[in-house]
Design a protein around this ligand. Sequence first.
Ligand SMILES: C[S@@+](CC[C@H](N)C(=O)[O-])C[C@H]1O[C@@H](n2cnc3c(N)ncnc32)[C@H](O)[C@@H]1O
Length: 482
Amino acid sequence: MNRLYYGDCLTVMQEHMALGSVDLIYLDPPFNSNRAYNAIYKDESGRPLPDQIDAFCDLWEMDEERERVLRTMPVLLREAGVDDRAAEFWRLWMNALRHTQPRLLAYLSYMVERLLPMKGLLKPTGSIYLHCDPTASHYVKIMMDAIFGHGNFRNEIVWSYRRWPSKSRHFQTMHDVILFYTAGRGNTFNVEYEPPSASYLKRFKGKTQVLDPETGTRKIVIDEPTKGLPMRDVWDLSILAGSSKERLGYATQKPLTLLDRIIRASSNEGDVVFDPFCGCATTLEAAHRLNRRWIGIDIAIHAIKRVAAVRLRDRLALHEGEDFAIDGVPRNVEGARDLWTRDKYHFQRWAIEQVDGFVTTKRTTDGGIDGRLYFGLPNARDLSSMAIEVKGGRSVGIKDVRELRGVLGNDQAKLAGLIVMEPLGPVKERNFKREMLKSGDLNVMGVKYARMQMLTVPEILEGKRFHTPGVAGRGLAQPVML
Ligand SMILES: C[S@@+](CC[C@H](N)C(=O)[O-])C[C@H]1O[C@@H](n2cnc3c(N)ncnc32)[C@H](O)[C@@H]1O
């Protein structure tokens, strides 16, 4: 069945995908752009929410995890069959980057770690298209040469587009780069054609040039319709206009026309198309429309739940469970505990988004609040919020409740919500509730809302939510880059 996974593509590829099972990989990973991509949400009256959800961070630093990967890289490269000399080149190169461009080093090691399992997933007839931009495409190409083999390099596709010019002391940067490699020589390839130019048509209208095998020269055959010219590696395709119906509000959304072209060229009906960084699932929609099977992964829960799943349901009328499956999103307490053990930050995100809250992006400056939930109050110009704190571990104590109460005093939040993993024992629950009651109620048009509230993960999974005035921001508005 077609599948959408929530998680790090590295883990999903290693734990859930079979070697040699994929016909085509398209990946559009973070580009080393050093930007955070946010999605802007608005409330029903169009007011933007003050805190926005960080769609994903394209910011790179060398940290312990990156250092660990670099240490194990020689072994990983050898296991993936990378030539020893290429591995030695990589080692020297990485050492040089450590001093000159540590961020780039962090990015490249992240990418290599994920490209190595991709190589293993490809069928011998398979292809991989890596979408990047000139910021790092030249470095990425060297890595791709080492991993997939220079002999398997097929094209550097330039996707050229137009957008509003910006003020700069250089030429306008208006292209992305797509590196196309194959697993071997017998790759699937269906020649695509582009419309012939006006001058070509004028000269050869109704005529086709064919190669005479005897003389090796070209001759003109009259009255045959022309299919056009075999497609070049420079593609002039529009980016999504602000008004496009295709837009889903995902900051890095790619146009369907681009994916359509790649999928047609390098796969056949029934083949498996895989996008390990699927974002709002553009590849999956294009693959589905072309009768391919598909697998997508994204590490951002809101990409999977709010955007990709909505695209599949609303634009393709697909039903979860029948036409496709979503994996990795906790559905029960065990799943939530498993997520907490694997990745505490993503557990927090999941819990906050379950209750229609937003992960706080300014975590360092607002006193450790994990997220916020927004609502409008009558006659108030700005939206009000509930500050949300998530405690996944078992050691949650009364001091956590007191700290959150302190937030109500110092923060503009009108309400505070605590999310805990497990139901508390009866004594603890009584103590927590007593402490929370001290904050009193918020009275809105005669309705009382407890200023401090608590939910457990099982309650959230059963559909219980915080008691607040109407929650704002369920709809995506427009994306921005920060
Ligand atoms: C450039 S966007 C992809 C956009 C996509 N092509 C589309 O049209 O919507 C990159 C995506 O990679 C995801 N991502 C980043 N790191 C990831 C990882 N390790 N595993 C899976 N997804 C990841 C981000 O959440 C983001 O949605």
